[in-house]
Design a protein around this ligand. Sequence first.
Ligand SMILES: NC(=O)c1ccc[n+]([C@@H]2O[C@H](COP(=O)([O-])OP(=O)(O)OC[C@H]3O[C@@H](n4cnc5c(N)ncnc54)[C@H](O)[C@@H]3O)[C@@H](O)[C@H]2O)c1
Length: 455
Amino acid sequence: MKITIIGTGYVGLVTGACLAELGNDVFCLDVDQKKIDLLNNGGIPIHEPGLEEVVARNRAAGRIQFSTDVAASVAHGEVQFIAVGTPPDEDGSADLQYVLAAARNIGKHMTGYKVIVDKSTVPVGTADRVKAALQDEISARGVTATFSVVSNPEFLKEGAAVEDFMRPDRIVIGHDNTAEGEKAAAKMKKLYAPFNRNHERTFWMDVRSAEFTKYAANAMLATRISFMNELANLADQVGADIEAVRHGIGSDPRIGHSFLYAGAGYGGSCFPKDVQALERTARQYSQDLLILRAVEAVNDKQKLVLGQKVIKRFGADLSGKHFAVWGLAFKPNTDDMREAPSRVLLRQLLDAGATVAVYDPVAMAEAKRVLALDLTPEELARVRFAASPMDTLTDAEALVIVTEWKAFRSPDFDKIKTALKQAVIFDGRNLFEPEVMAEAAFEYHGIGRSILTRT
Ligand SMILES: NC(=O)c1ccc[n+]([C@@H]2O[C@H](COP(=O)([O-])OP(=O)(O)OC[C@H]3O[C@@H](n4cnc5c(N)ncnc54)[C@H](O)[C@@H]3O)[C@@H](O)[C@H]2O)c1
């Protein structure tokens, strides 16, 4: 099938590459000329396991192309995916300017029938606004062109995006219950048929329910995280181990083990903005989503917990003190620094006068870019970007772990102890066992694990 993907970011590039991998003829459009040039020169703008290989293979086979040519992109695809960003507006609602600009561009150039797919995460009712924008542009040209707008939210996880896209646990498709809507559904069914060979994974529904499903999923996941973080802080107070509690509750099939980890708070481009956007939608209907308000507030507080533990241990004035930080990306296997808890930790340590040496397996370049925006030149001068995890440790009072990269899970503790000034670890992701750390003579501060260390 001929497919156009509008927006070549995390979602758009993965969607385009994976659909090309299945034999479709894919045209990826972006407004960012640098990104398109990089892709056309064989580069990849993001770190995502397996993506580079898929893109290279399909480029070589002539099944995927990258361009900024809007007219050509509209002419290309019988199905046009909108996968542009929907960042938070000042009031927390989703900013739809990029989605609507993409829709208008389609309306300006389209002839004949097109299926427009909202793949971006968009508030309930957005498909109606996309339809209106398309119709506006078509009418302004005085031509007749028909279209259907379908909602097909994306559930991939950064860090496992290619795998998630190729083996989705569900495909949600919302379409209108009209002849045009059924025609669009038939095309979507054909496009997604390869994913449904083993068993049917598609949930067909109306457009508004599909739009809502994406927000409900992210809100539920964020709720689980904030719930566990709040209980972890209480566990620290009462001398319980949140990891033992996690196992104890996760074995109940009604609860399950997934997504129950206490840590340094959630970040990334999705949970923070989607929780806010759902709250904002509710407020438009005079409803206050009390749970989600609390989820957000707990998360904002949780991002401070690691830094507060450091300050409690080493004092409010950290000038003259140096710390090692492992992990900068908001989660492992990505270089995404959006809303990353590491940014809050660095702000706290630098505000208290410390110097830091930081390391992340893939996010160093992105961290340099983002921290140059977050920090003043004087603050930035107090950050050293280290060449390896061990390279961060020299002269550090303590090691602070913010992201749970696999490479950090079994380090050489003897080397760490020798390199650090004091054998102190603040583990924002509960990578290690307090008992093991005690045996190795480390002072260990986890999240909700004060049973042994009484921190
Ligand atoms: N990142 C994720 O893990 C994830 C997962 C599921 C859903 N989503 C949702 O998918 C959407 C895209 O997210 P992302 O992380 O891929 O964003 P991104 O910022 O990585 O990419 C968006 C791209 O769209 C381009 N763009 C903007 N306006 C354009 C236009 N008019 N025409 C062509 N290109 C345009 C930008 O230049 C950018 O390259 C968002 O709504 C997000 O909430 C993201």
